[in-house]
Design a protein around this ligand. Sequence first.
Ligand code: PHE
Length: 347
Amino acid sequence: MNDLEPLVQEAHADFAQAVTPADLENAKARFLGKSGRITEQLKALGALAPDEKKARGALINAAKQQIEAALNARREALAHAELQTQLEGEALDVSLPGRQRGSGGLHPISRARERIEAIFGSMGFDVADGPEIETDWYSFTALNNPENHPARSMQDTFYVDMKDEHGAWLNLRPHTSPMQVRYARAHAKKYEGAAVMPDIRVIAPGRTYRVDSDATHSPMFHQVEGLWVGENVSFKDLKAMYLDFIRAFFETDELKLRFRPSYFPFTEPSAEIDIMFERGPLKGRWLEVSGSGQVHPQVIRNMGLDPERYIGFAFGSGIDRLAMLRYGISDLRLFFDGDLRFLNQFE
Ligand code: PHE
């Protein structure tokens, strides 16, 4: 071991302690700078005899090279560490789940409505849409529900601050039944003068309004009207058709249906349609799902058709009610609160 070895060791230790490039430059200066320790050694060479100078010079140079090598190694290590820190700082954690946008979904009422449309569509029914702001005539009078008749209070509706051309207040339709008359009139007009008129087979789903609000009633709700008019239709067709529909809707044949006598101004006779599941959580209870009946002759006349020739059957079912039964929901208001915790379950 020569006397320069400790100096080389010291340089190694100093460089190792440098944690920034500036630290390292300062350390370098202490050994290799103008008045650094190696430089001083070289300066001292001048005082030596020529033959000693050569040997000493070689030793000092070797030490200098070792120190320079240590310096370069440390420089590289610091640069590498700096790069490493930077990479870590900018790292993407690809194992984190990505931020997702909600995918959205159909509202359960819309799902039920689409289901109803698909089933009736497959049975050859047209699907019609009509105005939610109705005239007095379509909502009531045309449906054999004359002004001041007590039956009007069955549907305590909302009125709009605007009158129609006959001076009657417009209303938010309290049921989809106005669509019976609207659709039938258009159909009758289309086939006016023709030898035969194809049967009218239509459903009209949509929003309806009544002054009502509790767990099973909402001021805005949904109905689907159904109408079948022809020369040869009977109550049995209505019953068979509705049974087919309701079994398809609930995806079960283990379901009974009954017609219970009722009253509506626009049908005679009239019936409520009740269903009973023979299985599942709702088993054994009669549940009312629809009003129905044979279209009153006066309504047939208001459709522009001859009641001596045409006979019609109609029903009006609550879409919300059907959706509640299908999805097992006990409070109608959940549909309209807009709470995503509820709605997300239907995606
Ligand atoms: N419009 C009636 C209601 O809202 C239901 C109904 C429709 C009854 C068609 C008979 C025929 O209660």
